[in-house]
Design a protein. Sequence first.
Length: 617
Amino acid sequence: MKKLVLLLFIVLLVSSCKQNNEITDDPTMTESELNSDNQIKRDELTIQSIEDIDSYIQTMSIEEKAGQLIQAEREGITLKEIQQYNIGSILSGGGSVPASNTPKAWVDMYNDMQESSRNSSSQLPIVYGIDAVHGNANVKNVTVFPHNIGLGAANDAVLMDKIGRATAIEIKATGVNWNFGPAVSCVQDIRWGRTYESYSEDIQRVASLAAPYIKGLQDEGVMATTKHFIGDGYTTFGTGEGDNLIDRGDVTVDMDQLLNVSLYAYEAAIDAGTNAIMASFNSIQGKKVHGDKTILTDLLRTELGFEGLVVSDWEAISTIAPDLNSQVALAVNAGVDLLMQPYNWKDVYNSLITNIQEGTISEERLNEAVKRNLVFKFKAGLFTEDYIQTPGEIGTATNRTIAREAVAKSLVLLKNNGVLPLEKDAKIYLMGPSADNVGYQCGGWTSSWQGEHEANLFGGTSIKDAFEKVLSSNGGILVDSPKKADIIVVAIGETTYSEFMGDTPDLSLNGPMSLPGNEKSLKEAISYNKPIVTLMIAGRPLLVNDNINDWDAFVMAWLPGTEGEGITDVLFGDKDFQGTLPVTWPLTNEQASDSMNMDGYFEIIHQFNYGDGLKYN
């Protein structure tokens, strides 16, 4: 009897161990129970077409499949771990770059990672993603284009295709094949720190610009990511996640209203062939999008017909459920195919396996997510023999010319009492905190997540550099004293920021995100009793009602990037102004959430309305 009891105890213990199957940091690459005895051996299979992917997946173990659903940060993982865990994707966060930060250093890093992934048990390649949101602004000496809000002001679809192609070329020069852009955010409250990532408050304008950019990017061999689905830009001020004022907050309008004003851009992006969509950090009526199956599956997949890859945002699943296992299960079951978990990816990997073994994530859903990742990689050309990359050129004259064109077309003339265009032989006194700082011109997501205050960033052309070039060639001069000047040009604006770090309750010229020298420079300029041209370098409109009467001309230049000569092309009259306001310019902070979408819009007195913009002729 004792022997029988002991035998039963051992059987139960073994059974329990099999069910729990605790995962360690040194996973054993065994064949999964999902694989049957009659499956084709791995070495007899190659992925030469999308049709081959289903058969390949049938040879994969649970562990190999789990690894394909992981996206880790380059600084948070080793080459050995990429191989050991069959990692599906790597990304660079803002400012995460190889030491020398050259195309060769990027390519060498990429090739090493790719070699590790090819030596994994699954032999599957990685796909590498970056935020090249206004050119590949991660790498030294690249071409940095205007941020999206400036491109929204330019409102030129042909130009967007050219920018997409130029950006792709400078991404591929580093070996990378995936861009986390474009954002099709439709900003409705410019106090949001991501305002400049939005083309416009008008979803029609957003859609018309995002689609050709996607096409240009992907025609040159870089995968696009349309983001962030859905509600991005519609969050209500005061509902921001944690201490944020608005970023990652709650969309409080009802679902029907939200869909009416935001779906158009995603339909256009899907029609343009976007291969990936990133889920949004925000909530809708209190429910986080990353855990909402009605949004990520029912709406995106069933209604809109999107068949590509859904990737999560940076650690975005952390707030959708109380514990990691629940977060992972909820996100994957909601429709996320790739989990962007930069540093806790190993815990997420283990959680995936636990959820799969316990049935919380089904075999069907797992295989579906793996397939979408492999199809994505196939479309990116990663199953060819020539996956090893070689460095390319960045900051080329051709691409800088395109960026210069974009700057010129993005400028918006809002006031002119006859002092513009400037005379090329004039004596000009240039002043203000933004007059000689390429870092301020580029804004956030340049060299680092929050941007840089570096005056000569990336070898770009500052406003001062551009003025000196025009004047020195035409008998004019930048004078060192206002007393010698015919006219004064004051360049003011914002500091650099991104995401929730740029949320602000105050859009005034001395608000938290504004440069400290703004008001001092303007007061000083007035005291000289000379004509004043004010040039604003900012990611959104700032309040100017208390100052604008003192200015003879006012130009909004947004965040133009590295090519300052695009500004002088227009200010000196070689080109006319083309830009129009893509967002409403408020009179007060209380009007920060006014937009052309509201009822009775034109009955309200704003500083300037959506669509405003003057020309010389």
